[in-house]
Design a protein around this ligand. Structure first.
Ligand SMILES: [Zn+2]
Length: 543
Protein backbone atom coordinates (compact mmCIF):
# COMPACT_ATOMS: atom_id res chain seq x y z
CA UNK A 1 0.00 0.00 0.00
CA UNK A 2 2.89 2.35 0.76
CA UNK A 3 6.61 2.05 0.14
CA UNK A 4 9.20 4.51 1.37
CA UNK A 5 11.58 3.41 -1.36
CA UNK A 6 9.08 4.26 -4.09
CA UNK A 7 7.71 7.39 -2.43
CA UNK A 8 9.45 8.64 0.73
CA UNK A 9 6.53 10.96 1.48
CA UNK A 10 4.47 7.97 2.71
CA UNK A 11 6.24 7.77 6.08
CA UNK A 12 5.23 10.57 8.47
CA UNK A 13 7.98 12.56 10.16
CA UNK A 14 8.92 11.57 13.70
CA UNK A 15 7.77 7.99 13.12
CA UNK A 16 9.35 5.31 15.30
CA UNK A 17 10.44 1.82 14.27
CA UNK A 18 7.75 -0.85 14.23
CA UNK A 19 6.96 -4.27 12.81
CA UNK A 20 3.25 -4.72 13.43
CA UNK A 21 0.50 -6.85 11.92
CA UNK A 22 -2.85 -5.49 13.04
CA UNK A 23 -6.44 -4.84 12.02
CA UNK A 24 -7.38 -1.46 10.58
CA UNK A 25 -10.07 0.61 12.35
CA UNK A 26 -11.77 3.65 10.78
CA UNK A 27 -12.15 6.44 13.34
CA UNK A 28 -13.08 9.29 11.00
CA UNK A 29 -11.14 12.42 11.84
CA UNK A 30 -9.63 10.84 14.94
CA UNK A 31 -9.16 14.05 16.90
CA UNK A 32 -12.12 13.79 19.33
CA UNK A 33 -12.98 11.20 21.97
CA UNK A 34 -16.35 10.71 20.26
CA UNK A 35 -14.53 9.46 17.15
CA UNK A 36 -13.56 6.41 19.21
CA UNK A 37 -16.92 5.83 20.93
CA UNK A 38 -18.00 2.19 20.70
CA UNK A 39 -14.81 1.21 18.85
CA UNK A 40 -12.06 -0.93 20.29
CA UNK A 41 -8.85 0.32 18.70
CA UNK A 42 -6.44 -1.24 21.21
CA UNK A 43 -3.59 -2.90 19.32
CA UNK A 44 -5.11 -1.83 15.99
CA UNK A 45 -3.97 0.59 13.32
CA UNK A 46 -6.33 3.57 13.08
CA UNK A 47 -7.35 5.14 9.78
CA UNK A 48 -7.79 8.92 10.24
CA UNK A 49 -8.45 12.01 8.13
CA UNK A 50 -6.45 14.34 10.41
CA UNK A 51 -2.69 14.79 10.55
CA UNK A 52 -1.08 11.98 12.61
CA UNK A 53 0.24 14.48 15.16
CA UNK A 54 -3.30 15.67 15.87
CA UNK A 55 -4.51 12.17 16.80
CA UNK A 56 -1.52 10.35 18.33
CA UNK A 57 -2.16 11.32 21.97
CA UNK A 58 -5.77 10.14 21.78
CA UNK A 59 -5.42 7.14 19.46
CA UNK A 60 -2.14 5.79 20.80
CA UNK A 61 -1.81 7.46 24.21
CA UNK A 62 -5.36 7.07 25.46
CA UNK A 63 -6.87 4.22 23.45
CA UNK A 64 -3.78 2.08 22.85
CA UNK A 65 -3.71 1.99 19.05
CA UNK A 66 -0.60 0.42 17.52
CA UNK A 67 -0.12 2.95 14.74
CA UNK A 68 -1.74 5.39 12.33
CA UNK A 69 -2.69 5.54 8.65
CA UNK A 70 -3.67 9.08 7.63
CA UNK A 71 -5.23 10.57 4.53
CA UNK A 72 -4.86 14.19 5.68
CA UNK A 73 -5.17 16.63 2.79
CA UNK A 74 -2.79 19.47 1.99
CA UNK A 75 -3.23 23.19 2.62
CA UNK A 76 -6.54 24.66 1.48
CA UNK A 77 -6.72 26.37 -1.89
CA UNK A 78 -9.48 26.54 -4.50
CA UNK A 79 -8.20 23.19 -5.86
CA UNK A 80 -8.27 21.50 -2.46
CA UNK A 81 -9.55 17.92 -2.44
CA UNK A 82 -9.90 17.79 -6.25
CA UNK A 83 -7.01 15.42 -6.92
CA UNK A 84 -7.67 12.26 -4.97
CA UNK A 85 -4.25 10.83 -5.86
CA UNK A 86 -2.32 13.36 -3.76
CA UNK A 87 -0.41 11.97 -0.81
CA UNK A 88 0.31 14.60 1.78
CA UNK A 89 3.45 15.09 3.84
CA UNK A 90 2.62 13.81 7.34
CA UNK A 91 3.85 14.81 10.77
CA UNK A 92 3.72 13.28 14.20
CA UNK A 93 4.33 15.56 17.18
CA UNK A 94 8.08 15.76 17.71
CA UNK A 95 7.83 16.00 21.49
CA UNK A 96 4.83 13.75 22.20
CA UNK A 97 5.47 11.01 24.79
CA UNK A 98 3.20 8.71 22.74
CA UNK A 99 5.74 7.58 20.17
CA UNK A 100 4.31 5.69 17.22
CA UNK A 101 4.50 5.39 13.44
CA UNK A 102 2.24 6.82 10.76
CA UNK A 103 1.82 6.13 7.06
CA UNK A 104 0.25 8.61 4.66
CA UNK A 105 -2.12 7.45 1.91
CA UNK A 106 -4.12 9.17 -0.82
CA UNK A 107 -7.79 10.04 -0.54
CA UNK A 108 -8.50 7.38 -3.16
CA UNK A 109 -6.78 4.65 -1.14
CA UNK A 110 -8.54 5.80 2.03
CA UNK A 111 -11.98 5.84 0.38
CA UNK A 112 -11.57 2.24 -0.79
CA UNK A 113 -10.43 1.11 2.66
CA UNK A 114 -13.33 2.91 4.33
CA UNK A 115 -15.89 1.37 1.97
CA UNK A 116 -14.59 -2.12 2.65
CA UNK A 117 -14.56 -1.53 6.42
CA UNK A 118 -18.08 -0.08 6.27
CA UNK A 119 -19.25 -3.30 4.61
CA UNK A 120 -17.93 -5.25 7.58
CA UNK A 121 -14.78 -6.57 5.94
CA UNK A 122 -11.75 -7.09 8.17
CA UNK A 123 -8.58 -5.51 6.85
CA UNK A 124 -5.30 -6.59 8.35
CA UNK A 125 -2.18 -4.53 7.63
CA UNK A 126 1.48 -5.33 8.04
CA UNK A 127 3.51 -2.22 8.86
CA UNK A 128 7.29 -2.13 8.94
CA UNK A 129 9.11 1.10 9.74
CA UNK A 130 12.75 1.66 10.54
CA UNK A 131 12.91 5.17 11.89
CA UNK A 132 13.56 7.12 15.05
CA UNK A 133 14.74 10.31 16.63
CA UNK A 134 18.39 10.59 17.49
CA UNK A 135 20.91 13.26 18.29
CA UNK A 136 22.65 14.62 15.24
CA UNK A 137 23.98 17.70 13.61
CA UNK A 138 23.16 19.62 10.50
CA UNK A 139 25.91 21.43 8.69
CA UNK A 140 24.68 24.70 7.24
CA UNK A 141 26.57 25.48 4.06
CA UNK A 142 27.31 29.12 3.32
CA UNK A 143 29.36 30.80 0.62
CA UNK A 144 30.33 34.39 -0.01
CA UNK A 145 31.39 36.76 -2.76
CA UNK A 146 33.71 39.12 -0.95
CA UNK A 147 32.92 42.83 -1.13
CA UNK A 148 35.45 45.27 -2.57
CA UNK A 149 35.07 48.21 -0.21
CA UNK A 150 37.30 48.08 2.88
CA UNK A 151 34.73 50.02 4.90
CA UNK A 152 31.70 48.05 3.73
CA UNK A 153 32.97 44.53 3.03
CA UNK A 154 32.13 43.40 6.58
CA UNK A 155 28.51 44.21 5.82
CA UNK A 156 26.64 41.45 4.01
CA UNK A 157 23.60 41.02 1.80
CA UNK A 158 22.45 37.44 2.34
CA UNK A 159 20.56 35.12 0.01
CA UNK A 160 18.52 32.52 1.87
CA UNK A 161 16.24 29.55 1.20
CA UNK A 162 15.55 26.30 3.07
CA UNK A 163 16.96 22.88 2.37
CA UNK A 164 14.80 20.54 4.46
CA UNK A 165 11.27 19.23 3.73
CA UNK A 166 9.64 16.16 2.27
CA UNK A 167 10.66 14.39 -0.92
CA UNK A 168 9.66 15.30 -3.55
CA UNK A 169 9.84 18.99 -2.75
CA UNK A 170 10.54 20.64 -6.08
CA UNK A 171 8.82 23.96 -5.52
CA UNK A 172 9.01 23.78 -1.70
CA UNK A 173 11.89 24.33 -1.68
CA UNK A 174 14.38 22.91 -4.16
CA UNK A 175 13.31 25.88 -6.30
CA UNK A 176 14.61 28.47 -3.84
CA UNK A 177 17.78 26.47 -3.10
CA UNK A 178 18.82 26.03 -6.73
CA UNK A 179 17.83 29.56 -7.64
CA UNK A 180 20.11 31.17 -5.05
CA UNK A 181 22.83 28.73 -6.16
CA UNK A 182 22.36 29.94 -9.74
CA UNK A 183 22.44 33.55 -8.52
CA UNK A 184 25.76 32.78 -6.78
CA UNK A 185 27.19 31.14 -9.90
CA UNK A 186 26.05 33.92 -12.22
CA UNK A 187 27.19 36.85 -10.07
CA UNK A 188 30.53 35.16 -9.38
CA UNK A 189 31.09 34.57 -13.11
CA UNK A 190 30.11 38.08 -14.18
CA UNK A 191 32.26 39.65 -11.46
CA UNK A 192 35.23 37.39 -12.29
CA UNK A 193 34.94 38.30 -15.98
CA UNK A 194 34.78 41.99 -15.14
CA UNK A 195 31.29 42.33 -16.64
CA UNK A 196 29.94 43.44 -13.29
CA UNK A 197 31.91 45.53 -10.81
CA UNK A 198 32.68 43.76 -7.54
CA UNK A 199 30.12 45.20 -5.11
CA UNK A 200 31.12 47.19 -2.03
CA UNK A 201 29.44 44.80 0.41
CA UNK A 202 29.93 41.05 0.67
CA UNK A 203 27.18 38.87 -0.79
CA UNK A 204 26.49 35.71 1.22
CA UNK A 205 24.50 32.60 0.35
CA UNK A 206 22.99 30.38 3.06
CA UNK A 207 21.30 26.96 2.77
CA UNK A 208 19.72 26.23 6.20
CA UNK A 209 16.89 23.99 7.36
CA UNK A 210 13.76 26.12 7.54
CA UNK A 211 13.22 28.57 10.43
CA UNK A 212 14.77 26.43 13.19
CA UNK A 213 17.99 26.41 11.16
CA UNK A 214 17.99 30.17 10.77
CA UNK A 215 17.06 30.73 14.44
CA UNK A 216 19.97 28.49 15.42
CA UNK A 217 22.41 30.06 12.98
CA UNK A 218 21.71 33.62 14.11
CA UNK A 219 21.89 32.63 17.80
CA UNK A 220 24.95 30.38 17.57
CA UNK A 221 26.85 32.68 15.20
CA UNK A 222 25.83 36.20 16.26
CA UNK A 223 28.38 37.63 13.81
CA UNK A 224 25.99 36.63 11.00
CA UNK A 225 23.17 38.68 12.54
CA UNK A 226 25.57 41.58 13.02
CA UNK A 227 26.96 41.61 9.48
CA UNK A 228 23.82 40.91 7.48
CA UNK A 229 22.12 44.17 6.53
CA UNK A 230 19.42 42.77 4.26
CA UNK A 231 18.21 39.38 3.04
CA UNK A 232 16.75 38.04 -0.19
CA UNK A 233 14.81 34.94 0.84
CA UNK A 234 13.38 32.57 -1.76
CA UNK A 235 10.81 29.96 -0.77
CA UNK A 236 8.79 28.47 -3.66
CA UNK A 237 9.82 30.41 -6.74
CA UNK A 238 9.27 27.89 -9.54
CA UNK A 239 5.52 27.42 -9.76
CA UNK A 240 3.54 28.14 -12.91
CA UNK A 241 0.24 27.30 -14.56
CA UNK A 242 0.47 23.68 -13.33
CA UNK A 243 0.76 24.64 -9.67
CA UNK A 244 -1.59 27.68 -10.03
CA UNK A 245 1.09 29.98 -8.63
CA UNK A 246 0.85 33.69 -7.98
CA UNK A 247 4.31 35.16 -7.40
CA UNK A 248 4.60 37.46 -4.38
CA UNK A 249 7.18 40.10 -3.63
CA UNK A 250 6.26 40.22 0.03
CA UNK A 251 6.91 43.33 2.13
CA UNK A 252 8.31 43.06 5.64
CA UNK A 253 6.22 43.41 8.80
CA UNK A 254 5.04 46.93 9.67
CA UNK A 255 7.28 46.81 12.75
CA UNK A 256 10.31 46.92 10.44
CA UNK A 257 9.78 49.55 7.73
CA UNK A 258 12.40 49.22 5.01
CA UNK A 259 13.18 50.54 1.56
CA UNK A 260 14.62 47.17 0.46
CA UNK A 261 11.12 45.98 -0.45
CA UNK A 262 10.78 48.87 -2.87
CA UNK A 263 14.07 47.91 -4.49
CA UNK A 264 12.74 44.37 -5.04
CA UNK A 265 9.42 45.69 -6.27
CA UNK A 266 11.11 48.01 -8.78
CA UNK A 267 12.82 44.99 -10.41
CA UNK A 268 9.64 42.89 -10.20
CA UNK A 269 7.64 45.63 -11.90
CA UNK A 270 10.22 45.74 -14.68
CA UNK A 271 9.82 41.98 -15.21
CA UNK A 272 6.03 42.31 -15.01
CA UNK A 273 6.10 44.90 -17.80
CA UNK A 274 8.62 43.15 -20.06
CA UNK A 275 7.05 39.71 -19.64
CA UNK A 276 3.58 41.08 -20.32
CA UNK A 277 4.81 42.93 -23.41
CA UNK A 278 6.30 39.67 -24.67
CA UNK A 279 3.18 37.62 -23.87
CA UNK A 280 0.88 40.18 -25.46
CA UNK A 281 2.85 40.94 -28.63
CA UNK A 282 5.57 38.31 -29.01
CA UNK A 283 8.16 41.07 -28.78
CA UNK A 284 10.05 42.53 -25.83
CA UNK A 285 13.60 43.60 -25.20
CA UNK A 286 13.86 41.45 -22.04
CA UNK A 287 11.26 38.64 -22.19
CA UNK A 288 13.27 36.55 -19.69
CA UNK A 289 11.95 33.29 -21.12
CA UNK A 290 13.81 30.00 -20.58
CA UNK A 291 14.12 27.67 -23.62
CA UNK A 292 11.98 24.96 -21.98
CA UNK A 293 9.80 27.31 -19.97
CA UNK A 294 6.43 29.03 -20.26
CA UNK A 295 5.73 32.36 -21.91
CA UNK A 296 3.03 33.58 -19.54
CA UNK A 297 3.50 37.05 -18.04
CA UNK A 298 4.99 36.98 -14.53
CA UNK A 299 2.19 38.96 -12.89
CA UNK A 300 4.14 39.42 -9.65
CA UNK A 301 2.15 40.93 -6.78
CA UNK A 302 3.36 43.54 -4.28
CA UNK A 303 2.03 41.80 -1.19
CA UNK A 304 1.56 42.62 2.48
CA UNK A 305 3.59 40.67 5.02
CA UNK A 306 2.86 37.00 5.60
CA UNK A 307 4.55 34.62 8.03
CA UNK A 308 5.73 31.11 7.21
CA UNK A 309 9.40 31.00 6.30
CA UNK A 310 12.88 32.12 7.36
CA UNK A 311 12.19 35.77 6.54
CA UNK A 312 10.14 35.93 9.76
CA UNK A 313 13.27 35.02 11.76
CA UNK A 314 15.44 37.76 10.24
CA UNK A 315 12.66 40.33 10.66
CA UNK A 316 11.94 39.46 14.30
CA UNK A 317 12.97 42.48 16.39
CA UNK A 318 15.70 40.39 18.10
CA UNK A 319 17.56 40.65 14.78
CA UNK A 320 15.74 43.44 12.93
CA UNK A 321 17.14 42.53 9.49
CA UNK A 322 14.83 43.44 6.57
CA UNK A 323 14.17 40.48 4.27
CA UNK A 324 12.81 40.53 0.74
CA UNK A 325 10.56 37.47 0.54
CA UNK A 326 9.96 35.98 -2.91
CA UNK A 327 7.31 33.28 -2.75
CA UNK A 328 4.51 31.51 -4.60
CA UNK A 329 0.99 31.12 -3.29
CA UNK A 330 -1.21 29.25 -3.98
CA UNK A 331 0.44 25.99 -4.93
CA UNK A 332 -2.04 23.15 -5.28
CA UNK A 333 0.71 20.53 -4.90
CA UNK A 334 2.52 21.95 -1.87
CA UNK A 335 3.65 19.28 0.61
CA UNK A 336 2.46 16.40 -1.58
CA UNK A 337 3.86 13.66 -3.81
CA UNK A 338 3.13 15.88 -6.83
CA UNK A 339 5.49 18.69 -5.84
CA UNK A 340 7.75 17.41 -8.61
CA UNK A 341 10.21 18.96 -11.06
CA UNK A 342 7.78 18.24 -13.89
CA UNK A 343 5.47 20.94 -12.49
CA UNK A 344 8.19 23.60 -12.27
CA UNK A 345 8.42 26.37 -14.87
CA UNK A 346 12.05 27.17 -15.86
CA UNK A 347 10.97 30.64 -17.05
CA UNK A 348 9.67 31.38 -13.58
CA UNK A 349 12.97 30.29 -11.98
CA UNK A 350 14.85 32.55 -14.37
CA UNK A 351 12.69 35.56 -13.51
CA UNK A 352 12.86 34.93 -9.75
CA UNK A 353 16.63 34.60 -10.08
CA UNK A 354 16.82 37.90 -11.94
CA UNK A 355 14.66 39.82 -9.44
CA UNK A 356 16.58 38.37 -6.50
CA UNK A 357 20.03 38.80 -8.04
CA UNK A 358 19.37 42.34 -9.22
CA UNK A 359 17.96 43.36 -5.81
CA UNK A 360 20.82 41.77 -3.88
CA UNK A 361 23.51 43.16 -6.16
CA UNK A 362 21.91 46.63 -6.07
CA UNK A 363 21.86 46.58 -2.26
CA UNK A 364 25.44 45.29 -2.11
CA UNK A 365 26.58 48.26 -4.23
CA UNK A 366 24.43 50.94 -2.64
CA UNK A 367 26.45 53.65 -0.90
CA UNK A 368 26.23 57.33 -0.09
CA UNK A 369 27.69 58.28 -3.50
CA UNK A 370 25.39 56.22 -5.73
CA UNK A 371 22.17 56.51 -3.69
CA UNK A 372 20.59 58.50 -6.49
CA UNK A 373 17.32 60.23 -7.19
CA UNK A 374 15.95 56.92 -8.48
CA UNK A 375 15.40 55.93 -4.87
CA UNK A 376 13.47 59.08 -4.07
CA UNK A 377 11.13 58.11 -6.87
CA UNK A 378 10.70 54.69 -5.38
CA UNK A 379 9.82 56.37 -2.09
CA UNK A 380 6.97 58.27 -3.76
CA UNK A 381 5.78 55.13 -5.49
CA UNK A 382 5.86 53.35 -2.14
CA UNK A 383 3.69 56.02 -0.53
CA UNK A 384 1.18 55.70 -3.35
CA UNK A 385 1.03 51.90 -3.14
CA UNK A 386 0.76 51.88 0.63
CA UNK A 387 -1.90 54.58 0.58
CA UNK A 388 -3.93 52.42 -1.80
CA UNK A 389 -3.59 49.47 0.57
CA UNK A 390 -4.53 51.61 3.55
CA UNK A 391 -7.63 53.06 1.89
CA UNK A 392 -8.83 49.61 0.90
CA UNK A 393 -8.57 48.67 4.58
CA UNK A 394 -10.14 51.58 6.39
CA UNK A 395 -13.49 51.22 4.69
CA UNK A 396 -15.97 50.34 7.41
CA UNK A 397 -13.76 51.28 10.34
CA UNK A 398 -14.82 53.86 12.93
CA UNK A 399 -13.52 57.43 12.50
CA UNK A 400 -11.18 57.07 15.48
CA UNK A 401 -9.81 53.77 14.19
CA UNK A 402 -9.42 55.27 10.71
CA UNK A 403 -7.33 58.14 12.06
CA UNK A 404 -5.16 55.71 13.99
CA UNK A 405 -4.60 53.46 10.94
CA UNK A 406 -3.75 56.54 8.89
CA UNK A 407 -1.15 57.58 11.48
CA UNK A 408 0.44 54.13 11.60
CA UNK A 409 0.75 53.98 7.79
CA UNK A 410 2.17 57.52 7.71
CA UNK A 411 4.79 56.52 10.29
CA UNK A 412 5.53 53.37 8.30
CA UNK A 413 6.17 55.32 5.09
CA UNK A 414 8.42 57.74 6.97
CA UNK A 415 10.20 54.81 8.60
CA UNK A 416 10.85 53.24 5.20
CA UNK A 417 12.44 56.47 3.95
CA UNK A 418 14.52 56.69 7.09
CA UNK A 419 15.65 53.07 6.72
CA UNK A 420 17.67 54.06 3.65
CA UNK A 421 19.68 56.56 5.67
CA UNK A 422 20.21 53.93 8.37
CA UNK A 423 21.37 51.43 5.73
CA UNK A 424 23.88 54.02 4.53
CA UNK A 425 25.18 54.45 8.05
CA UNK A 426 23.16 57.26 9.65
CA UNK A 427 21.98 56.55 13.21
CA UNK A 428 18.32 55.58 13.42
CA UNK A 429 16.03 57.89 15.31
CA UNK A 430 13.95 56.25 18.01
CA UNK A 431 10.35 55.31 17.33
CA UNK A 432 7.55 57.81 17.51
CA UNK A 433 6.03 56.28 20.64
CA UNK A 434 5.60 58.31 23.79
CA UNK A 435 7.75 57.05 26.61
CA UNK A 436 6.01 57.43 29.95
CA UNK A 437 7.77 56.94 33.24
CA UNK A 438 4.66 56.78 35.37
CA UNK A 439 4.86 54.75 38.55
CA UNK A 440 1.21 53.80 38.48
CA UNK A 441 0.87 53.49 34.73
CA UNK A 442 -2.54 52.71 33.28
CA UNK A 443 -2.70 49.54 31.12
CA UNK A 444 -2.24 51.55 27.91
CA UNK A 445 0.79 53.33 29.33
CA UNK A 446 2.93 50.30 30.14
CA UNK A 447 6.17 50.03 28.19
CA UNK A 448 7.85 46.69 27.43
CA UNK A 449 11.06 45.62 25.73
CA UNK A 450 12.36 42.22 24.56
CA UNK A 451 14.86 40.62 26.91
CA UNK A 452 18.30 39.58 25.62
CA UNK A 453 17.20 35.95 25.25
CA UNK A 454 15.46 34.09 23.73
CA UNK A 455 16.23 35.66 20.37
CA UNK A 456 13.91 35.05 17.44
CA UNK A 457 10.24 34.18 16.93
CA UNK A 458 8.68 32.14 19.74
CA UNK A 459 6.62 29.82 17.59
CA UNK A 460 8.41 27.74 14.97
CA UNK A 461 7.55 24.50 13.18
CA UNK A 462 7.11 21.73 15.74
CA UNK A 463 8.00 23.83 18.78
CA UNK A 464 6.34 26.67 20.66
CA UNK A 465 8.57 28.39 23.23
CA UNK A 466 5.74 30.54 24.52
CA UNK A 467 3.42 27.55 25.04
CA UNK A 468 6.01 25.42 26.83
CA UNK A 469 7.06 28.20 29.20
CA UNK A 470 3.53 29.46 29.75
CA UNK A 471 2.47 26.01 30.92
CA UNK A 472 5.48 25.60 33.16
CA UNK A 473 4.77 29.00 34.75
CA UNK A 474 1.05 28.25 35.17
CA UNK A 475 0.02 31.22 33.02
CA UNK A 476 -3.32 31.00 31.18
CA UNK A 477 -3.25 31.10 27.36
CA UNK A 478 -3.57 34.79 26.43
CA UNK A 479 -6.72 35.50 24.44
CA UNK A 480 -4.68 37.31 21.77
CA UNK A 481 -3.36 33.94 20.54
CA UNK A 482 -6.90 32.91 19.55
CA UNK A 483 -8.03 36.31 18.33
CA UNK A 484 -9.34 36.53 14.75
CA UNK A 485 -8.79 40.00 13.27
CA UNK A 486 -9.93 41.44 9.96
CA UNK A 487 -6.61 40.78 8.17
CA UNK A 488 -4.72 38.50 10.53
CA UNK A 489 -5.03 36.22 13.54
CA UNK A 490 -3.42 34.97 16.78
CA UNK A 491 0.17 34.13 15.92
CA UNK A 492 0.53 37.12 13.60
CA UNK A 493 -0.65 39.57 16.27
CA UNK A 494 1.65 37.96 18.83
CA UNK A 495 4.67 38.16 16.50
CA UNK A 496 4.13 41.85 15.82
CA UNK A 497 3.18 42.80 19.41
CA UNK A 498 6.57 41.47 20.49
CA UNK A 499 8.31 43.24 17.61
CA UNK A 500 6.65 46.55 18.44
CA UNK A 501 7.61 46.20 22.12
CA UNK A 502 10.77 48.23 21.67
CA UNK A 503 11.07 49.91 25.05
CA UNK A 504 9.66 53.12 23.54
CA UNK A 505 6.10 52.53 22.40
CA UNK A 506 3.54 52.09 25.14
CA UNK A 507 0.92 49.36 24.93
CA UNK A 508 -1.67 51.76 23.47
CA UNK A 509 0.73 52.55 20.59
CA UNK A 510 1.44 48.85 20.12
CA UNK A 511 -2.28 48.14 20.06
CA UNK A 512 -2.80 50.85 17.42
CA UNK A 513 0.08 49.52 15.32
CA UNK A 514 -1.08 45.89 15.23
CA UNK A 515 -4.66 47.09 14.69
CA UNK A 516 -3.55 48.92 11.54
CA UNK A 517 -1.66 45.84 10.37
CA UNK A 518 -4.08 43.00 11.20
CA UNK A 519 -7.35 44.69 12.19
CA UNK A 520 -8.64 46.42 15.33
CA UNK A 521 -7.94 44.50 18.54
CA UNK A 522 -8.93 45.41 22.12
CA UNK A 523 -6.14 46.98 24.19
CA UNK A 524 -6.65 44.53 27.06
CA UNK A 525 -5.69 41.58 24.83
CA UNK A 526 -2.39 43.21 23.96
CA UNK A 527 -1.72 44.03 27.63
CA UNK A 528 -2.65 40.49 28.74
CA UNK A 529 -0.28 38.98 26.17
CA UNK A 530 2.63 41.23 27.14
CA UNK A 531 2.12 40.56 30.86
CA UNK A 532 2.16 36.81 30.11
CA UNK A 533 5.32 37.27 28.02
CA UNK A 534 6.83 39.17 30.95
CA UNK A 535 6.08 36.27 33.32
CA UNK A 536 8.05 33.87 31.11
CA UNK A 537 10.94 36.30 30.69
CA UNK A 538 10.48 37.20 27.02
CA UNK A 539 9.87 40.90 27.70
CA UNK A 540 10.51 43.16 30.65
CA UNK A 541 8.74 46.32 31.73
CA UNK A 542 10.60 49.53 31.13
CA UNK A 543 9.93 51.99 33.92
ZN1 LIG B 1 8.98 26.37 2.11
Amino acid sequence: MASYEAEPIVLAEDSESADVTADLADVGEGTKESDYAGKDVKGKIVLVSAQPGAVQDLAVGKFGAAGIVSYAQNQKTAWWGEDENLIRWGHLETFSPNKTFAFMVSLQTARRLRERLAQGEEIRLHAVAKAGQHAGNYEVVTAAIRGADRQLQDEEIAFSCHLDHQRPGANDNASGCVTILEVARTLQKLIAEGKLARPARTIRFIWPPEIEGTVTLLNAKPEFAKRIKAVVHMDMVGGGPETKAVFHVTRGPMSLPSFVHDVAWAFAEFVNEESYKFAATGKAEFPLVAPEGGKEPLGAADSAYTLGSDHQVYQDSSFGIPAIYLNDWPDRYIHTNLDTAANIDPTKLKRAAFIGAASGYFLARLNVQNASSGLELSSEARSARLAARMFSRIRGLSKAEEASVNQVFTDYVAGSDESLQAFLGAPRSTSSGTRLNANNAKPGELVFARTATPKGPLEVFGYDYFEEHRRAAGVATPKLLRYEGLWGAGEEYAYEVLNFADGQRNTQKIRDAVSAEYGPVPLELVVEYLLAAEKIGVVEQVK
